[in-house]
Design a protein around this ligand. Structure first.
Ligand code: GLC
Length: 734
């Protein structure tokens, strides 16, 4: 039942948002599985430990040799030519084919950040983005894309927040499922990652996420469950961190019980790179050891073969491991439709996909007296800071993609170890200044780098409008200390706004940020890390060529004191190191997620009755909208959205549960993006996934009887009058 409903919600929502999506045909799973089982029967003992392990195919670890049929990229798993099984050539990641420090010296099309894509609340944008980056991966010869970052943004200071989608399981699950479908429409395998509860980068290889089963099932795990149902990823990448004392890649509970038994997942579990604690992980549900040079040992080769020869439990597991890997190779045609390196890439068309995603992801947070869109009459425009003359900020780590020609700016941060090459602040070569000038050729547009406040103020005073670009770098491996903008940008913005009340701030950040200068400014756009055409996207929104429609997929706190944890666990105690390795073998670090449980983000703010700086779901437009007429009957709801303004625009209708059987409880239960001409209205229909309404109890879902109150929301804080529906008690298993 639950599966049908979650499927229904995505169809209902998708149908409202875009023309019917067409997905690539794939071999029926059952045939692929049968063929896989038959193939394993033919395997020799040596062949049975070929697909179960592989290398990081990069020169970061001395002595690494990339085989002839491999490619410099995240990973390589040998094939079995005798049986027609191709090697697996693996690249990162969710935002495009990663640059890997220029190891291949070939560029790709960087999508905007995960948060930016999610701010569109549009599964079609995620699908098109996934299809595009998957096509580039395939064109370069990769047949596995390590995409599908689906961890909830449980701590908004997490260094990888920019890679992820949202704080809500429904929004995350539906969007990541669409992205995965898009990737796999190219006859390549996508992952979904990092399974599970990988909530911080500080001590990421030994931090222990402590959480009750119920809270996990109702939040982080539900995001993965919906994403796997919707996207059918060929592989799940397990996580570095521990969950309740067991490593993600060694957790019998997560991998064998939840994923493979309860969710009936038929794909394979690959480890994260250097995340395999022992050979016993095979018995605990791990199917493939990735980046084996980074582990203490290559467990899943000869050692596994030896174990399987003497221990029936390992022998049975080894057969299943191979069946799972092979079934996905066959299901997505990696053998019959192989990726061919050197295939032509249409970077212009792909750039347009990235630009559309960035445009739909930009969130208009503040707009006093119609300061935006910029009037064509603005003759003297000052553009200040953020390297806006050169490019837009991009997030660092394994997910970083760069345009052909590479980054426009690189600021090395030094450091040592295998990933030092990734520790660089880099900008995509897409200049907002150039795009602004192109849209307003008659204006005098002057740029100042913002490093000297007095210089910026002097320019601002002589301008009709001052646009300050503010950036905050974020990276895999490091979390943020706080929400402040670095390098004196807060002071710069305050001074410029003091000098010119018509000051517009464009934020390029990987996480929510504080805005002490907000009241002094005329307008604020959150452009996130806007990707390979981010400069053009920002200019199109500034000048109103595009009406901003982004809605926050993550809460912007008014202060860190509002969060479940005052700081990221371990942040103030540990020496930051990119790899997240423990300082000593016996080091312990707990992240107590039972504080908030499944009330992540806006749910926590509602429970604590706190007001955010900007709430989940918030975003302004150059027009206005009204939602009304909410009707709920069982799991079905409908409401009307009207464009009450004077220009075309898109918004996101949001339906929240606000109380259940008399107890206050806020959960997003439905959403749909609608695009309307002025004066037009549309009836939106959504179907609730009952798991969002339910509790996880005694091994299944439990919907208590009682009156459920639902409300339309412009965002998680601005809610309409609730309507109630009486639900009868129900219990069911996954
Ligand atoms: C990294 C990341 C993972 C990535 C993998 C391969 O450490 O955690 O997201 O796909 O290794 O680069």
């Amino acid at each position: 039942m639950a599966r049908r409903n979650s499927f229904a919600i995505s169809i209902a929502a998708a149908a409202l948002m875009a023309p019917a999506l067409t997905y690539a045909k794939q071999a029926p799973a059952a045939d692929a599985e049968a063929r896989a089982a038959a193939t394993v029967e033919q395997m020799s003992a040596d062949e049975k430990v070929v697909l179960t392990h592989g290398i990081m195919a990069l020169p970061f670890v001395p002595g690494t040799v990339i085989p002839a049929d491999g490619l410099p990229g995240a990973g390589y798993i040998a094939g079995i030519a005798r049986l027609g099984i191709p090697a697996l050539t693996e690249t990162d990641a969710s935002l495009g084919v990663s640059w890997v420090g220029g190891a291949r010296a070939d560029g790709a099309t960087p999508l905007p950040s995960g948060l930016s894509q999610a701010a569109s609340w549009n599964p079609d944008i995620l699908y098109k983005g996934g299809a595009m980056i998957g096509s580039e991966a395939r064109a370069k010869g990769f047949n596995v894309l390590l995409a599908g970052g689906a961890n909830l943004t449980r701590d908004p200071r997490n260094g990888r927040t920019f890679e992820y989608l949202s704080e809500d399981p429904l929004l995350t699950g539906i969007l990541v499922g669409s992205a995965i479908k898009g990737v796999q429409s190219n006859h390549i395998i996508s992952t979904i990652k990092h399974f599970a509860l990988n909530g911080q980068e500080t001590g990421r290889k030994f931090v222990n996420s402590v959480i009750s089963e119920a809270a996990a099932r109702e939040s982080d795990l539900l995001a993965f469950q919906i994403g796997i149902e919707q996207g059918q990823p060929g592989s799940v990448m397990c996580s570095y961190n521990l969950v309740n004392g067991a490593h993600g890649c060694d957790s019998d509970w997560l991998l064998n019980q939840v994923l493979k038994r309860d969710w009936r997942y038929k794909g394979f579990v690959m480890s994260d790179w250097g995340a395999v604690p022992s050979i016993a992980s095979a018995l605990h549900g791990l199917d493939q050891q990735s980046g084996e040079q980074l582990d203490a040992k290559v467990f899943f080769a000869k050692d596994l073969q030896t174990k399987a020869a003497i221990d029936p439990a390992y022998a049975a597991k080894l057969a299943d491991m191979n069946i799972r890997i092979l079934s996905q190779i066959f299901k997505y045609h990696l053998d019959t439709n192989p990726a061919k390196p050197g295939t032509a890439i249409d970077f212009a068309a792909n750039g347009a996909v990235a630009r559309e995603a960035a445009e739909q992801g930009i969130v208009l947070l503040h707009n006093q007296n119609g300061a935006l869109p910029l009037a064509a009459s603005a003759r003297r425009i000052s553009v200040i800071g953020g390297y806006a003359n050169s490019g837009v900020m991009s997030g660092a780590g394994s997910s970083q993609a760069q345009l052909p020609g590479g980054p426009s700016i690189t600021i090395p941060l030094g450091g040592d170890g295998p990933f030092a090459a990734l520790m660089q602040i880099q900008y995509h070569a897409s200049s907002p200044l150039k795009a602004i000038k192109a849209l307003n050729p008659g204006a005098q547009v002057i740029y100042r780098d913002g490093t000297t406040i007095a210089d910026a103020v002097a320019l601002a005073k002589k301008s009709d409008v001052a646009i300050v670009f503010a950036t905050k770098w974020s990276t895999e491996g490091l979390d943020a200390a706080d929400f402040s903008l670095p390098n004196g940008q807060d002071a710069l913005i305050a001074a410029v706004a003091e000098a010119n009340p018509n000051t517009i701030v464009v934020l390029e950040t990987g996480n929510p940020v504080a805005m002490p200068w907000l009241a002094k400014t005329a307008a604020v756009l959150e452009a996130w890390y806007p990707g390979g055409q981010g400069g053009e996207a920002i200019a199109n929104v500034l000048f109103g060529k595009v009406n901003p429609s982004g809605r926050l997929p993550i809460t912007f706190p008014a202060s860190a004191d509002q969060l479940p944890r005052p700081a990221v666990d371990g942040y103030n105690d540990l020496e930051p190191n990119f790899t997240g390795d423990p300082p000593t073998p016996d080091a312990k670090l707990n992240a107590d997620y039972n504080i908030e449980g499944s009330d992540v983000g806006y749910r926590w703010f509602a429970r604590k009755q706190q007001k955010a700086l900007f709430p989940f779901g918030f975003g302004l437009s150059y027009t206005t909208f009204a939602s009304s007429g909410l009707k709920v009957s069982g799991l079905n709801a409908s409401f009307t959205v009207k464009n009450t303004g004077s220009r075309q625009g898109a918004t996101v209708g949001q339906v929240y549960l606000v109380s259940r059987a008399g107890e206050a409880k806020q959960r997003l239960v439905g959403f749909a993006r609608v695009d309307l001409q002025p004066g037009a209205s549309q009836v939106v229909k959504v179907t609730f996934d009952p798991r969002i309404l339910a509790d996880w109890k005694d091994g299944g879902w439990s919907l208590p009887a009682g009156d459920y109150a639902f409300a339309l929301g412009d965002d998680a804080e601005h809610l309409g009058t609730p309507v109630t529906f009486h639900m009868v008690a129900r219990r069911w298993k996954d």
